[in-house]
Design a protein. Structure first.
Length: 264
């Protein structure tokens, strides 16, 4: 059910370029319940703008957002001028983009600030205790915490556990943010406009690759000798990019019912 949420801005910081992190504390009501992947609506001069929630669903009395501010944009100008301590009213939550609770292995193909709802999904699942990171092979596993897990080779791990791949597309290394947080997941940041990874510290290069998200994904699956048809897919980013990714997956015989997406 759509409700009004009166909030106060408690944190605002520039992450990189025109990407900002916003954190709000709820005033009335004091708590919110939402499904990770959903968004809230902000009305500026009567015009609605939709912003995906980036925080864990277990954080009931605060809300976090990752928002790109566009010069001259109505809502962007409003948010750019917003000061700590000022009140904002959101409406919602709404949206059907959510993590399916099943045993299907999952791949996230994300570009830009499309990372916001995915961050909420992963943080929420991790907070609940459903995510387990196998440090040896670098897989983020969704598994019964009571089960015993023994590391084998990467391919067999993926075959016997529900696993998650996160491919996040950005243009250049200078566009990267939240790296220390996201590298806890089975992450590949896909840099589409870099020719090499020499600018990245050696220990961190394992989390990066060159090319678009679909190209890096296909190389990664090939390296692990995994079948693309074993996965369900979560797409989030610009409309044209998401549609292109969707069509590419359909061409590889991925059923439509295994492709979930959010277009910005």
């Amino acid at each position: 059910m759509i409700k009004n949420y009166q909030t106060i801005l408690t944190n605002k910081k520039q992450l990189v370029n025109n990407i900002y992190f916003f954190k709000f504390k709820l005033i009335e009501p004091l708590e919110i319940s939402f499904i990770p992947g959903q968004y809230l609506i902000l009305k500026v001069q009567g015009k609605p703008r939709l912003y995906s929630i980036a925080s864990s669903s277990l954080e009931k009395n605060t809300l976090e957002f990752i928002i790109e501010l566009f010069p001259g944009g109505l809502a962007s100008t409003y948010l750019d001028k917003l000061k700590i301590g000022e009140e904002v009213i959101f409406h919602g939550p709404a949206g059907q983009f959510k993590l399916r609770e099943n045993d299907k292995q999952k791949i996230f193909l994300v570009t830009g600030t499309g990372i916001a709802p995915v961050r909420s999904m992963l943080k929420s699942t991790l907070d609940i205790g459903g995510l387990k990171l196998d440090k040896e092979v670098g897989n983020l596993m969704l598994e019964d915490q009571s089960s015993n897990f023994q590391s084998q080779n990467p391919a067999s791990n993926f075959q016997h556990q529900t696993s998650i791949f996160l491919f996040w597309g950005l243009k250049t290394y200078k566009d990267v943010y939240l790296f220390d947080e996201l590298k806890e997941f089975n992450l590949k940041i896909c840099l589409s406009r870099e020719s090499n990874l020499n600018m990245i510290l050696e220990p961190d290069r394992q989390y990066f690759d060159l090319g678009h998200v679909d190209q890096v994904m296909e190389r990664q699956l090939a390296n692990y000798r995994l079948q693309i048809t074993d996965y369900e897919f979560y797409l989030c980013g610009g409309r044209n990019v998401v549609e292109s990714l969707r069509q590419n997956l359909l061409s590889k015989n991925i059923p439509q019912e295994y492709i979930y997406f959010e277009k910005f």
